[in-house]
Ligand binder design. Structure first.
Ligand code: AMP
Length: 192
């Protein structure tokens, strides 16, 4: 199996690139942000609970997102591999994911970390907010909080995979196709 963690701050382009990667490598895309927004739209209890955190740009509690990911992995038993987008966002989530995947004998192959300057992140998120209407992309103070939360709680996850020799940095500046080419090169390197 090819299991990829696509990592990077909000606005790094994870969702855009994940859509292209799943098409090329026939993987299943698991985005915790997308799953949470679907729960929210369906007005489930989980969605209502998650909204309190998402509206502020804070992280939804670990046990909620870990449970969600576990059930999605189980539902896709025949998958050739997964691309995890926006997950894991804490070291506890990374440990839980390792446990889940090790039980299946299919550990994470690589973490690809998109590196983008902060000014560019804010510019992209505000642009996306105008197009999509996503409220957490429209308010600059919520965006600032998401980047702060990323730096404090999420960036240590890089070290978690670095220790396993699985972390690769990829420049996330430039055109969508340029970034996609860099990601494909990194994926093809680990497969050869
Ligand atoms: P995203 O679409 O990845 O930017 O996620 C949108 C929001 O969903 C985040 O600001 C968090 O509130 C929540 N969220 C998404 N993924 C996670 C996760 N792995 N852990 C905790 N909260 C998450």
């Amino acid at each position: 199996m090819l299991n990829i963690v696509l990592f990077g701050p909000p606005g790094a382009g994870k969702g855009t690139q994940a859509s292209k990667i799943i098409e090329k490598y026939q993987l299943v895309h698991l985005s915790t942000g997308d799953i949470l927004r679907a729960e929210l739209a369906a007005q489930t209890e989980l969605g209502k609970e998650a909204k309190k955190y998402m509206d502020k740009g804070d992280l939804v509690p670990d046990e909620v997102v870990i449970g969600m990911i576990e059930s999605k992995i189980d539902k896709n038993a025949d998958a050739l591999g997964f691309i995890f987008d926006g997950f894991p966002r804490t070291t506890a989530q990374a440990e839980a994911l390792d446990n889940l995947l090790n039980k299946k004998g299919a550990p994470i192959s690589v973490m690809l970390s998109l590196e983008v300057e902060k000014e560019e992140l804010i510019r992209r998120l505000l642009g996306r907010g105008q197009m999509s209407g996503r409220s957490d992309d429209q308010d600059e103070s919520i965006i600032e909080n998401r980047i702060k939360v990323y730096n404090k709680e999420t960036s240590p996850v890089k070290g978690f995979y670095e220790k396993q020799g699985k972390h690769k940095s990829v420049t996330g500046m430039g055109s969508v196709d340029e970034i996609f080419d860099r990601l494909c090169q990194a994926i093809d390197n680990i497969r050869s």
